[in-house]
Design a protein around this ligand. Structure first.
Ligand SMILES: [Zn+2]
Ligand SMILES: [Zn+2]
Length: 137
């Protein structure tokens, strides 16, 4: 009946394990404080980078990233963290910007329903480009 005991991943103290918790309540509280600090800073300085926020608040960069990963922080303020994985555009959430999402989506659709017309008629092209054929090969 006694709660499962775990070592806090930060201070190593034993604590009664609760679902999803890897740190003791004391560290959790500290984390919460740091979270509030970060939150406040980002609210006052929208567009701040993680590095900047870490510098200004004294909160560990890793912890800030963790907040972001957990979705506890609005990513809006962190322009350097969330970028489109395809073109690098700044995005508010997800992995891709709206443009790339649209493109990827149409690409996927093209794969599913094969567009036969896609290989731009190589013969026709070759005959039209005949003058340049010596430059090839
Ligand atoms: Zn602890
Ligand atoms: Zn993009």
């Amino acid at each position: 009946m006694s709660p499962e005991l775990r070592n806090c991943s930060i201070c190593g103290r034993l604590f009664g394990y609760q679902q999803g918790r890897t740190v003791c309540s004391r560290c959790r509280e500290q984390e919460e404080e740091q979270y509030m600090k970060v939150r406040r800073y980002v609210r006052d300085h929208p567009g701040a980078t993680v590095f900047e926020v870490a510098e200004e608040t004294g909160v560990d960069e890793e912890l800030i990233l963790q907040f972001l990963r957990e979705g506890r922080l609005q990513s809006k303020g962190f322009v350097e963290v969330l970028q489109c994985q395809r073109c690098g555009a700044h995005i508010d959430s997800g992995n891709y910007c709206a443009n790339c999402l649209r493109e990827l989506d149409s690409q996927i659709r093209g794969v599913i329903s094969p567009a036969r017309s896609k290989p731009a008629a190589p013969e026709k092209r070759a005959s039209r480009d005949r003058m340049h054929i010596k430059d090839q090969s």
